[in-house]
Design a protein around this ligand. Structure first.
Ligand SMILES: *[C@@H]1O[C@H](CO)[C@@H](O)[C@H](O)[C@H]1NC(C)=O
Ligand SMILES: *[C@@H]1O[C@H](CO)[C@@H](O)[C@H](O)[C@H]1NC(C)=O
Ligand SMILES: *[C@@H]1O[C@H](CO)[C@@H](O)[C@H](O)[C@H]1NC(C)=O
Ligand SMILES: *[C@@H]1O[C@H](CO)[C@@H](O)[C@H](O)[C@H]1NC(C)=O
Ligand SMILES: *[C@@H]1O[C@H](CO)[C@@H](O)[C@H](O)[C@H]1NC(C)=O
Ligand SMILES: *[C@@H]1O[C@H](CO)[C@@H](O)[C@H](O)[C@H]1NC(C)=O
Ligand SMILES: *[C@@H]1O[C@H](CO)[C@@H](O)[C@H](O)[C@H]1NC(C)=O
Ligand SMILES: *[C@@H]1O[C@H](CO)[C@@H](O)[C@H](O)[C@H]1NC(C)=O
Ligand SMILES: *[C@@H]1O[C@H](CO)[C@@H](O)[C@H](O)[C@H]1NC(C)=O
Length: 467
């Protein structure tokens, strides 16, 4: 791999062994529709769901009399192993079972535990996750082929290995589709700007700079408090059942949640994406509650439920405004003015029609809330699960599953003097009615959309980040 370091940001230009262009993995995952096995369970894992196309009240195709002129992709990395701290906890939970539960207890749905060993790694993309990202590149190219066939996307990534790898895998899928379509792609491998996730680095694709948000309990503990409150409504029943079935394990509250987490993580650790046996230990209602529990974590961590959550997404929103309007970035939060004033690391102009940025679930949540996309969702209750499938509903599984993708589109339409902006998150058109007076197809004129981004333009509550 040849990597050029340019002013602290790493520009990758690597030689890559290409996989064959597969359209699906196992029998479960497809480029456009995403993960489609046992959807009554797998679509209710919060941010641990693998990407799936979310049903859209508004048709998600490009309106017949319009041409797409610009797309900004914002993507989460693909499916990964548990984070290092979680993998250590899961290992302990399984060790309790192995050392304390008599073999005679491993019957029925628990029989698999007799031979199950904890072998998951930490932090890295799984093979399934890599293929998800290749599929995402394929899906993007297919959806926007009119533009994609003639231009090369400008790609940025937050610096953590799995995010950079996700970006690279996405470009592979895009490239293979382009080769299949037009027969040549001389720009490949594409330039990739990776912004480090180190302390003190201004990075719009990764939060870290806002001191009080990161370290003061007023902000940092809101999500875990909300989750604990809701967990108390549904976890004790499951805990009692597991403890009765596996005597001696003495599962705590968090062991019980770990047992649920082991379902998604063992599923995406399997290259075919076949459901893990852990998944069958819980009922459909329990998965709905789990989904809501994970949703609360994002909403009270980085969304409207946290006083400084949406502020974390301000820097990226201001970059998006710059790209949409072909004007210089105006921001005093997490943007890096050195990077954003350099055309090599932040090109802007009408000739840059496709942008692709790669980040994390938490950061993307902050960005969606900085833009006010879910401002008309009622405050999420911590005492009972609310209906997330309502028109303005919000859920983690719908917005930031693994390999999730938001498309910010501009389109030129017959009879419209101005370009229109439309936003899709995982194929669901976000109704912009309460954001900027969006029409029945979910679109606002560019000037109205940008005019509505007052929270970001004013810097959110960045002034409150520092005591
Ligand atoms: C789990 O580990 C045990 C002990 O090392 C081994 O006998 C068993 O085959 C392993 N199970 C699987 C599914 O690999
Ligand atoms: C689980 O913990 C045991 C004991 O500390 C350790 O030997 C093993 O490597 C761990 N396994 C994984 C997959 O982390
Ligand atoms: C994904 O990208 C990484 C980094 O370039 C590469 O090592 C890996 O083989 C790719 N995955 C697939 C399935 O091609
Ligand atoms: C901004 O980016 C430049 C160029 O990559 C880098 O040298 C500098 O350290 C960055 N500064 C901050 C505060 O992130
Ligand atoms: C934490 O933030 C709250 C609210 O801004 C503030 O009142 C409090 O003084 C802060 N605590 C510390 C230790 O900075
Ligand atoms: C079960 O775990 C709890 C802590 O979660 C502990 O207080 C209790 O003593 C344990 N019970 C047994 C029988 O080990
Ligand atoms: C990085 O962000 C800080 C905090 O907003 C800002 O004061 C500083 O000027 C930024 N640095 C660069 C290089 O943009
Ligand atoms: C949730 O909201 C949707 C849309 O308003 C509605 O169709 C559905 O019946 C609601 N579900 C429940 C369980 O209330
Ligand atoms: C869309 O593009 C086609 C082909 O370039 C062109 O003929 C048509 O006028 C465009 N429509 C609009 C509304 O710009």
């Amino acid at each position: 791999m040849i990597a050029n370091v340019l002013c602290g940001a790493v520009l990758f230009s690597s030689v890559i062994a290409l996989p064959s262009l597969t359209s699906r993995q196992g029998l479960c995952d497809y480029p456009q529709e995403g993960y489609q096995c046992q959807t009554d369970i797998t679509h209710f894992w919060g941010q641990y769901s693998p990407y799936y196309a979310v049903p859209s009240d508004i048709p998600s195709d490009v309106p017949a009399t319009c041409n797409i002129t610009f797309v900004q992709l914002l993507s989460r990395h693909g499916s990964r192993d548990p984070t290092a701290s979680k993998t250590a906890q899961y290992n302990v939970t399984i060790a309790k079972i192995k050392s304390k539960v008599p073999a005679s207890a491993y019957t029925g749905q628990y029989a698999f535990l007799n031979t199950y060993n904890y072998t998951l790694g930490a932090d890295d993309l799984t093979l399934f996750g890599q293929q998800e990202m290749i599929n995402s590149g394929v899906a993007f190219f297919e959806r926007y082929s009119e533009l994609a066939k003639s231009v090369t996307p400008f790609v940025r990534s937050s610096g953590e290995a799995r995010v950079v790898e996700s970006a690279t895998n996405w470009t592979m899928g895009y490239h293979l589709s382009k080769l299949a379509d037009v027969g040549a792609d001389s720009d490949y491998p594409y330039t990739l700007v990776a912004i480090p996730e180190a302390d003190g680095v201004n990075n719009t694709l990764n939060h870290d700079l806002c001191d009080l948000f990161e370290h003061n309990a007023t902000y940092a503990n809101v999500a875990s408090n909300a989750q604990s409150k809701f967990a108390a409504t549904f976890i004790p029943t499951i805990q009692a059942r597991l403890n009765a079935a596996l005597p001696g394990a003495n599962f705590s509250n968090s062991d019980t949640i770990n047992m649920m987490d082991l379902c998604p993580f063992n599923t995406i650790a399997n290259p075919t994406g076949q459901l893990s046996a852990f998944c069958w230990l819980f009922s459909l209602d329990e998965w709905k509650n789990y989904d809501y529990y994970e949703t609360l974590g994002k909403y009270y961590g980085y969304g409207a439920g946290n006083p400084l959550g949406p502020t974390q997404g301000v820097g990226f929103t201001n970059e998006l405004i710059a790209r949409l309007t072909n004007t210089a970035v105006v921001d005093h939060t997490s943007t890096n003015s050195t990077l954003d004033s350099n055309p090599a690391t932040f090109p802007i102009g009408p000739w840059v029609k496709l942008y692709a940025d790669f980040s994390h679930d938490n950061d993307m949540t902050g960005m969606f809330y900085a833009m006010g996309l879910f401002n008309s969702t009622p405050t999420l209750s911590t005492s009972s699960a609310m209906n997330v499938t309502a028109t303005h509903g919000y859920s983690a599984a719908w917005t930031v599953p693994f390999a999730s993708r938001a498309y910010f589109e501009k389109m030129q339409c017959a009879g419209e003097s101005e370009e229109l902006v439309r936003i899709l998150i995982n194929e669901r058109v976000i109704p912009l009615d309460t954001v900027c007076g969006g029409d029945r197809l979910g679109r606002c004129p560019l000037s109205k959309f940008v005019g509505a981004m007052t929270f970001a333009k004013e810097g959110g509550h960045w002034d409150q980040c520092f005591a």
